[in-house]
Every structure is written in C-alpha cells, then in structure tokens.
Design a protein around this ligand. Structure first.
Ligand SMILES: [Zn+2]
Ligand SMILES: [Zn+2]
Length: 335
C-alpha cells in the first residue's frame, strides 16, 4: 500500500510502499477514505514529540471503512464507516479509562506518532477506539472533525457552555472556526477575538455577535463592555492572547486553553480570586466525546471547509504550513 512515512525528527516526509498490515486481536483494518493534515503532524516532523516512534506513518484525522477485523472483534463490523482520532489506545484499566476518560490515561498512545496513522491507503486501528460515522456525514469534509472538531466541541463542553453562555473564541483557525459554529448551535452568544479586522466578515458569517480586533482595542475591555465572557476559548497558538482576555471574563467564568504558545501563562491573581475565575486546558477527547461531537456536527450540519489533496501533495502542503503560506484545511483523499 502507498503511504507517507516520517523517518525522523527534521527529516522530510517520504512516500513509500508498505506491506498491507493484518489486524491482530482487538484491531480493525480500515481502508482510508480521507485523512486531515493537522498542525500536530508538523510538530511530529519537527521533533516536538519526544515520545514519537520513528519511522511512523503520520495522520490522526482519519475516516474510512472497516475491511477486516482481528480475532474477537464483534464491533465495528466489516463495511462500517468509521473515524479514527488522536487517541490510538489506552491501558483500559486505570481509573481514567474505567470512567471513560481514556484521553487522560497515563499510558495512552497517540495515532500517527507512536502507532501508524492515516497517511496511507490502509491503517490498523483499535476496535474500541474507532467511532462509527453518523449516516450521511461526508467522510472527506468530516476528517478534521476527528481532531479539530472533537477538540473544539469537547472544550466547550468541559468549560460548561450552555444556551445562556457568552463565549469568546480567540483565533479563527481550524479549531476556532468550528468552536464558533458549535457554540452558536449550542445557543450561546459568541464573540470572536482576532488580531486584525481581517477575520470580521468570516466571524459574523459563522454567527458571531461581536468581533474584537486586538490591533484596535483591548480584548478585556471589549469583552467587559459586551457583558463579560462566561467562557474564553483560546484557539490561537499564543498563550499571551489568552491571558489578555482575563479582565473580560465574567464572574465564575472559565479561561480554556486549547491553543497555546511556548510562553508560560501569567495572570493577575487578585481579580481571579475576587471573581472566582477558572483556568482550564483540554486535549482532544475520549471515544465517547467523539461520538457526541460527530452526532452534534451531523445534527447541526457543521462541517469544515476543506481542500482535498493527494498523498503525493502532502509533503508540499506540510512545507507550506511550516513557512506560513498554507491556507485552509487540507485533507488527503484516497481513490
Ligand atoms: Zn490534529
Ligand atoms: Zn488507562
């Protein structure tokens, strides 16, 4: 089968022919329909995951169809359309796994980093960690939901978003744009915080009530004038951008980090205590979270805009992402 392989830190992605793998007990063989190209794949290639296992096939935003199952697998059956995500598997017996928080398992493994992922015609996944796709969900456009969508949806949920919430989303990239749409669909009022006015039209089109450009105004003042944000969801690759909103968070509100930069989070403590503010961070999610994220996306018709590419185009797209010239979400598709 054709596959793209990461051979080591700071080495280019190479295209290769690999043997078709066979599913062992508990595994399913998935014929890949589509695999999103994620900024985490770039982090892998840059050597930012010290726990990576090279060589490895990257890719954790996978949709496909089960074509064979290993011993003992009764679900999903051959022919089922499924999604595969960042969480490859977990220990299955720690307190987190037992309560359905597998994403918190100390022994969790990551798809496309320590186990081969979706930049290939076929991928082996664990039966208990794939999620059936809701009927009618376009498997190409849905690929980024396995990562960006799950992260945005689960983050809003972890932060306690309700129809009464005022949600401010910082950054309008893949995760941010989906977070705006999910929050609007949950009934929340939404503000978007961007650097310049460039994102304003897009934010309004996605359903945001307010757009704040940090080049023109202080985000904390603008959020305070809006009535205060119950949730600030930081989807920008900057910790400072998140910290700048603190004065605009409503009492009992939450600053939620999904995106972050290398700089530490520095916050003024007295207003945090006086207003009982919460600071939280969230990774992607567990299998049950992905089920809910996909069901919600299907029910509200929320799919990202994607650009389909071939496997051969993937190295070039990753280069463009690295030098900042890429735009939009690219999804590798297989015939
Ligand atoms: Zn991802
Ligand atoms: Zn565990």
């Amino acid at each position: 089968m054709r596959a793209a392989v990461a051979t080591g830190a700071n080495l280019p992605l190479t295209l290769d022919d690999l043997d078709l793998p066979h599913p062992a007990a508990g595994e399913v063989l998935v014929k890949v329909t589509a695999c999103g190209v994620c900024y985490s794949d770039l982090s892998l290639l840059r050597g930012h995951y010290p726990f990576a296992r090279f060589p490895v096939v990257p890719g954790h935003e996978i949709t496909g169809v089960v074509t064979a199952v290993g011993e003992g697998v009764t679900f999903p059956e051959v022919g089922t359309a499924v999604g595969g995500q960042f969480l490859y598997d977990s220990c299955g017996h720690c307190d987190y796994c037992v309560r359905g928080d597998q994403i918190l398992c100390p022994r969790k493994r990551v798809t496309g980093v320590v186990a081969d992922g979706g930049y290939a015609e076929y991928v082996l996944l664990k039966a208990g960690f794939v999620t059936p796709l809701p009927d009618g969900l376009d498997p190409v456009a849905a690929a980024p939901l396995m990562c960006a969508g799950l992260t945005a949806f689960n983050g809003l949920r972890q932060a306690g978003t309700t129809a009464n919430s005022r949600v401010a989303v910082v950054g309008l990239g893949g995760v941010g744009a989906l977070a705006v749409r999910y929050a609007v669909a949950m009934g929340a009022s939404v503000a978007v915080i961007g650097r310049s006015r460039r994102g304003e039209d897009q934010a309004k089109a996605l359903g945001a009530d307010l757009f704040v450009a940090t080049a023109d105004s202080d985000p904390a003042d603008a959020l305070k004038a809006w009535g205060g944000a119950d949730v600030v969801l930081n989807a920008a690759p900057s910790t400072e951008a998140a910290a700048a909103t603190l004065g605009g968070i409503a009492p009992d509100g939450t600053l939620l980090l999904l995106g972050y930069g290398p700089e530490p989070l520095t916050l003024p403590t007295q207003p945090m205590i006086l207003n009982r503010l919460h600071v939280a961070a969230s990774p992607s999610g567990s299998p049950h979270d992905l089920r809910d994220a996909l069901a919600f996306s299907a029910a509200h018709d929320i799919l990202p805009e994607v650009t389909p590419i071939t496997l051969d185009q993937a190295p070039g797209v990753l280069d463009a992402m690295a030098d900042g010239s890429a735009h939009g979400r690219s999804v590798i598709t297989f015939a």
